[in-house]
Design a protein around this ligand. Structure first.
Ligand SMILES: Nc1nc(=O)c2ncn([C@H]3C[C@H](O)[C@@H](CO)O3)c2[nH]1
Ligand SMILES: O=P(O)(O)OP(=O)(O)OP(=O)(O)O
Ligand SMILES: [Mg+2]
Length: 490
């Protein structure tokens, strides 16, 4: 049965700078293969290997970093696409999905691999620490740098709000588009736009239309023009998501919930024998643990019991065997559920208006994911060792901003001299500026060159603040830690 849904409209090979209808518009797989090369070879991906997933500054490489987590999300994303096609069968053509499996797999895989590249050192805590510092310091700094009574007050208010809302997903878009300048196809970049509002807009109230899709900032003022261009090229209405983003989100949810718990066991925070009954009792608060799970031969209790049996039978890698069993029996029903939700809501997913995650309903699969998240929240994130590390991460980020924030107190002319490396009267600041990556300074210069002349002072200061946020958020945990110690003479 033909429908109005045609996914071919949402997937094209065009890149920024290509002529519409030109060579770039031809071979999808070739274009997406090129995207893969650009992404996998980027420094931003490599930096994920030393960033926090759950445990900051972790030395045990068996515990997940952002990079190993992202590789797992990539695999889950690919599995969802394959399952989606298996479930659709001949119906793929009804939605214009025929002939697109390879392209969709590649798009989803690379979106998953990139999904956390904007996350700062120390995870959510790092994000929080950057926001907090700017929230405290920005108004004063802005007033000194820009505070003339004329000028576009609305724009200035937007800039300040934008800079107060540092957010990993918005930073990911900025990295790809403005900093690493990967020049990915519009379609590949579109999957990264997980949330839809600019960072300067307030969070909508609960129950408002699009409350979920606008839960967090999705992009910054600095990339606003690019986002509008992307939506126009892909025929996406403003305030809508690309379908690939829904799959990435589901793959992330499925992957991290079990992985966080496995890592906690690896670190000795939880034992398997303590965990198994805790999982069942936590699940019981959401759903009956004895109801059979669709797509599985087991109930939740059965699934956990079976994994525990393996644990007792195994002599050497006991916890490893427990988690292998649990993962194998969980992943199939969860992935099938994500694919089924995609199909059951295909019109809203295609339009990008589905205002929830694919795996977020009152189903048993959702209860499974939620159970693992609840156990992590109750037993892991608040563990003393984890909190100690988070407190240290917070101090490190704030300390680095205290040091580098001094660069926001000089006038524009002095800052330009500093970036040129010959400001002798500000010897201390000059040494700090020499430590900033040249690539970030170039991106700052270009942004200032291209800004609106009438609001030059405000834009210069905005981009200088962005530069500082880019620098700090682009560090690895280890680099931030070392740099903080160095500057504190510790
Ligand atoms: N250490 C730590 N403290 C938290 O409060 C916290 N909240 C979430 N997370 C982890 C879970 C997912 O892997 C990932 C995405 O939610 O981040 C946390 N990690
Ligand atoms: O993994 P993170 O830290 O990005 O956390 P998340 O739960 O995926 O949240 P978000 O919706 O901010 O990507
Ligand atoms: Mg995320």
């Amino acid at each position: 049965m033909p429908t109005a849904v045609n996914f071919k409209e949402r997937i094209c090979a065009l890149r920024p700078g290509d002529q519409v209808g030109g060579a770039g518009d031809v071979d999808l797989l070739y274009a997406f293969e090129s995207d893969r090369g650009r992404i996998i070879n980027s420094a931003a991906i490599r930096r994920l290997q030393q960033r926090t997933q759950v445990f900051p500054l972790e030395r045990n490489a068996a515990v997940r970093s952002r990079l190993t987590h992202s590789m797992e999300v990539q695999q889950t994303g690919r599995f969802i696409v394959r399952t989606l096609y298996a479930q659709l069968g001949e119906r793929a053509a009804d939605y214009g999905l025929d002939g697109l499996q390879g392209a969709l797999e590649s798009l989803v895989e690379m979106t998953c691999l990139m999904h956390d590249i904007g996350n700062p050192p120390f995870g959510h805590f790092g994000e929080f620490a950057i926001g907090e510092w700017f929230d405290r310091a920005l108004d004063g700094l802005f007033a000194v740098a820009v505070g003339h009574p004329q000028g576009n007050h609305e724009l200035h208010a937007r800039m300040r709000a934008d800079l107060r809302n540092f957010e990993g997903n918005a930073q990911a878009v900025r990295l790809v588009v403005s900093l690493q300048r990967l020049r990915l196809t519009y379609t590949q970049t579109a999957g990264l736009l997980k949330y839809l509002r600019p960072a300067y807009e307030p969070k909508p109230g609960k129950g408002a239309v699009g409350a979920y899709l606008n839960k967090k900032p999705g992009f910054y003022l600095s990339e606003e023009g690019f986002v509008a261009e992307l939506q126009q090229v892909l025929g996406q209405a403003p305030d809508t998501r690309h379908p690939v983003a829904y799959i990435m989100e589901a793959a992330d949810d499925i992957s991290y919930c079990l992985a966080d718990i496995e890592d906690s066991v690896e670190k000795g925070i939880l034992s398997v024998t303590e965990l198994a009954p805790l999982l069942v009792s936590t699940f019981e608060k959401l759903q009956s643990p004895d109801t059979p799970i669709p797509g599985s031969q087991h109930s939740f209790r059965g699934l956990v019991d079976q994994a525990l049996q393996r644990y007792h039978q195994e002599e050497i890698n006991k916890a490893g065997e427990f988690f292998v069993r649990l993962r194998v029996s969980m992943i199939h029903p969860l992935v099938q559920h994500a694919a089924r939700q995609f199909i059951d809501n295909i019109e809203a997913v295609h339009a990008g208006t589905l205002d929830r995650a694919l795996i977020e309903d009152d189903s048993l699969p959702h209860a499974i994911v939620q159970t693992f998240k609840d156990v992590a929240m109750a037993r892991v994130f608040c563990h003393r060792e984890v909190e100690t590390l988070q407190l240290q991460g917070h101090r490190i980020i704030q300390g680095l901003l205290d040091s580098y924030g001094a660069l926001l107190r000089v006038d524009a002319q002095t800052f330009v001299e500093l970036t040129e490396g010959n400001c002798r009267r500000e010897a201390y600041l000059q040494m700090l500026v020499r430590r900033l990556p040249g690539q970030l300074i170039k991106a700052y210069r270009q942004a200032v060159r291209e800004c609106d002349e009438a609001e030059r002072a405000a834009w210069e200061f905005y981009h200088r603040c962005r530069l500082i946020q880019d620098f700090i958020s682009g560090m690895t945990d280890q680099h931030a830690h070392d740099e903080y110690r160095t500057l504190s003479a510790l």
